[in-house]
Design a protein around this ligand. Structure first.
Ligand SMILES: [Zn+2]
Length: 130
């Protein structure tokens, strides 16, 4: 599982995802953070994914559960196995755009480097942890 494969799984934004929180995923290594995000709060049902600066669509909680279900696999399929458990090293943080009322803010992220903060996809301003 990688970010490109994730693009094939997301649903096109629609009315059910209008109010969905945003989650940034910038690298394939960020994928466990998606499971972590749903795991942190059982009331979270839908998330809109921001990958490499684009809102690529949304996933429902059940979609993510389906991804991590162990399934019948054939020879060679283990190479595609996703997410062997959830590391406690994953911390999901909330980032804010400095522009007040920004519709793309706040956005959840699973990594943050203060020296190279991610930028708002709408305003190109550095995002800051809440
Ligand atoms: Zn913004």
């Amino acid at each position: 599982m990688n970010l490109d494969e994730l693009r094939d799984l997301v649903h096109t934004p629609d009315a059910s995802s209008e109010e969905a929180p945003l989650l940034r995923l910038d690298q394939d290594d960020d994928l466990p953070g998606l499971v972590r995000w749903f795991g942190e709060d059982r009331t979270r049902q839908v998330v809109t994914l921001v990958v490499e600066g684009d809102q690529i669509g949304y996933l429902r909680r059940q979609d993510v559960y389906d991804l991590v279900q162990p399934g019948a696999m054939g020879v060679g399929d283990s190479g595609r196995t996703m997410l062997p458990g959830t590391s406690t090293g994953w911390t999901v943080i909330l980032l804010d755009c400095p522009e007040g009322g920004c519709p793309d803010s706040p956005v959840y992220a699973v990594r943050f480097d203060a020296a190279h903060p991610p930028r708002c996809t709408r305003h190109d301003l550095p995002l800051a942890p809440r």
